[in-house]
Design a protein around this ligand. Sequence first.
Ligand SMILES: [Mn+2]
Length: 340
Amino acid sequence: MSDEPAKIRQIINDAKQIVIIQADNPDADSLASALALESILENQGKKVSLYCGVDLPSYLHYLPGWGRVLKELPKNFDGAIIVDTASEDLLEQLSKSGTKPWLAARPVIVLDHHASDASISLADVIYRPAAVATGEIIYELADKLNWQLDREAMDLIAVAILSDSLGLMSASTTARSIHIIAELVEKGVKLPELESARRETLRREAELIHYKGELLKRVEFHSDERIATVTIPWEEIERYSPLYNPPMLVIDDMRLAKNTEVAICFKKYKASKITAKIRSNYGYGIADKLAEHFGGGGHPLAAGFKITNGRAFDEIKVETIKIATKLLDESEKEKAGETI
Ligand SMILES: [Mn+2]
């Protein structure tokens, strides 16, 4: 057994009250992983609480148990597990609320599957094996550490894996991810039930249907239509974000245009904060390099960056398109080279 699982076992064995922490960008993998761990550890007689510094988006409310996630870090715990991130930037709310020192004083485990060098300084164990989802890591850990999985935990792990792997179709899905889903089905998980619950989440408030149309009308194409951009101003972030994250309404449609390989959604916040969400089509994986140019990061097909140094939006946008064009040119040249 590599070192980390043994250390994780030790910390869990010694702890009586464990808090499970999600980053400030919760998604189906982080929430389902947190709830699966809650079920697993409670069955071991632990007292478990769940924390996330921001409100869980309403599209996650189909997962039973989301309502137990607290927005304030509970005071009493003697062990913590941070799921689905190893980046301190994504735990800003803990810093803001002044509760971060509580973590520094207790053993902290990080379970994450994102390829990055980020590391949380206050973590005692960072366990980051190659996996398509944090749910996959929990399944493998349960096997190594002899944790019992009940049906609830198995359902949640399946939800986590299927969500982050885009239904087992993403680039980082491995044969092992598919095997795990097969094993879960053998043990009684019913995928059609999970899928029907998830499909309920695709239903949107009626006003979002109109808003999506507005956003699609505002999409701009650049560099021979290879790049599509859309910009979401603060008023729209404020109005629609509680219902749904605006870029996610359109980013996949944007790169369905025939010549488009990269879609970029800018968000303009108050106080000159700007964020960009980048999605590349398969075969044109430049998203991470584009994000890194601006100090951000991610995967080749999905990445993002944040600007807070007051640079003007128009300048950022022009530079983004310029760098994206250069990266696409390079990747096309590489491909041409390969076929010679
Ligand atoms: Mn994840």
